[in-house]
Design a protein around this ligand. Structure first.
Ligand code: 5AD
Ligand code: SF4
Length: 434
């Protein structure tokens, strides 16, 4: 028997990249690769890159610079760059770092086996096309390996919204939905491997239109035997259809957690961001969602220091956050993405932007703590994902996506256990069986 080759994948960025890295590992599994968590003894190193924020490409080039000595020592080692930086930079990557053998954009992962064969024969391989075929189709018939109870499932890719700061419409391309029957097929397959919860992924997932709306897809998934929990991310406020809002009230499998980025609380800035909604229309929308599902936990994204943002604009963002009280929220300092419309505009003083970011993060953290604290004494359901460090302790996620430690648990991995929260720690909740 030949020795399996070792594959090391380093994943940057969003959950879709995590999903894609798993798929790439599976697809190269067919070429005789097993994954390793050590770059040092890998036969192939893949960097699955992210282009969403600051100096992404430069960071990839410095990482490649660090990998080069490995390749100098072992010329057999193959180095590849995947993901959104690969898409954006293309050939430039091989020009700037000749140690790179393979560059593959996010729409071409199904071509990895051929590309691998090409680099093994000593050539280089580049593919940053947006081909028409389904990049996940080749996964049929793969061996049924056991999976962790919570999994990601990509249902949609790309985005047509063109927010003025964002590279996604350029790196991931136009919105494309996977046909619903393919998604359902993958979900059934995941359940057979032990999965109990799926998070449907898409850059603009609630614009899903794979022959059904997202709400219809969720209702169909809820009927899959053994699939207990459904989540989806990331959504745009303008695509929160009535049927999706209704589903939050009607489908018990749909978890009471929603990531709905608003980016800013200032109408002037929202307009300049090309968001095509206002702070008020967003708040009204949340009201309707909370009517459908009163206990829903909300999460969001914010950009501070967007070009032209004044103190008053920033205060409007703070005010919106105070009104919404997010259970989680991610805030970022604006950074220029070359090629996007906002890249041409004058920047806010970086010191001012830093100070705003700190204030916003402080406010969000205080809400987050209060919400965590308010969980104490409440009963929640936990999908048990792994063993804790202490004997009898199990770890998992509540329906609100809080990390929960269950003490003296009787559960097995994959069980959903009813527990009472006894304590809120910084990043998790402690709970006991009820
Ligand atoms: N600068 C800062 N943050 C950005 N995001 C996207 N593009 C930029 C940028 N150029 C943030 C948005 C988005 C999240 C995934 O990343 O808040 O929702
Ligand atoms: Fe980018 Fe999201 Fe706006 Fe699409 S909706 S352009 S992915 S920020």
């Amino acid at each position: 028997m030949t020795q399996p080759k070792k594959l090391f994948i380093k994943t940057y960025g969003c959950q879709m990249n995590v999903y894609d890295s798993e798929r790439m590992a599976e697809s190269l599994g067919g070429q005789g690769y097993v994954t390793t968590d050590k770059a040092d003894d890998a036969d192939m190193i893949l960097l699955n890159t992210c282009h969403i924020r600051e100096k992404a490409a430069e960071k990839v080039y410095s990482e490649l610079g660090r990998l080069k000595p490995l390749k100098d020592a072992r010329p057999d080692l193959k180095i590849g760059v995947a993901g959104c930086v690969a898409q954006a930079e293309g050939e430039e990557i091989m020009r700037r770092q000749p140690a790179v053998d393979l560059v593959v954009g996010p729409q071409s992962y199904h071509r990895l086996p051929e590309m691998e064969a090409k680099v093994r024969s000593g050539q280089s391989a580049l593919d940053t096309d947006f081909p028409a075929e389904d990049k996940f189709d080749h996964l049929k018939g793969r061996p049924k390996m056991k999976r962790a109870p919570a999994a990601f499932l990509t249902v949609q890719e790309g985005c047509d919204k063109f927010c003025a700061f964002c590279v996604v419409p350029y790196t991931r391309g136009a919105e494309v939905s996977r046909p619903a029957e393919k998604v359902l097929e993958e979900a059934r397959d995941l359940v057979e491997r032990g999965v109990r919860e799926v998070t449907l992924l898409g850059q603009n997932v609630n614009a899903y239109h794979g022959g059904m709306t997202l709400a219809e897809l969720i209702r169909a998934l809820a009927k899959v035997d053994g699939l207990e929990r459904i989540r989806y991310t990331t959504s745009h406020p303008n695509d929160m259809g009535d049927d999706l809002i209704a589903a939050h009230g009607e489908v018990p499998e749909l978890m009471p957690y929603l990531h709905l980025p608003v980016q800013s609380g200032s109408d002037h800035i929202l307009k300049r961001m090309n968001r095509s909604h206002t702070a008020e229309s967003y708040l009204k929308l949340l009201e309707r969602i909370r009517e459908a599902r009163p206990d829903i936990l909300l999460s969001g994204d914010f950009i501070v220091g967007f070009p032209e943002e004044t103190d008053a604009d920033f205060e409007a963002t703070m005010e919106l956050v105070r009104q919404v009280r997010y259970g989680y929220a991610y805030s970022f300092k604006y950074s220029t993405r070359p090629g996007t419309p906002a890249a041409e505009r004058p920047l806010v003083d970086p010191a001012v932007a830093d100070e705003r970011l700190q204030r916003l993060q402080g406010l969000i953290t205080s809400h987050q703590r209060e919400i965590q604290q308010s969980m104490v004494g409440r009963e929640v359901s936990v999908l048990v994902e792994k063993k804790g460090r202490l004997p009898g302790q199990m770890l998992g996620k509540s329906e609100y996506l809080h990390a929960v430690h269950i003490e003296n648990s009787t559960a097995a991995i994959g069980d959903i256990q009813r527990v009472r929260v006894t304590e809120a720690k910084t990043n998790s909740l402690a709970a006991v069986l009820v």
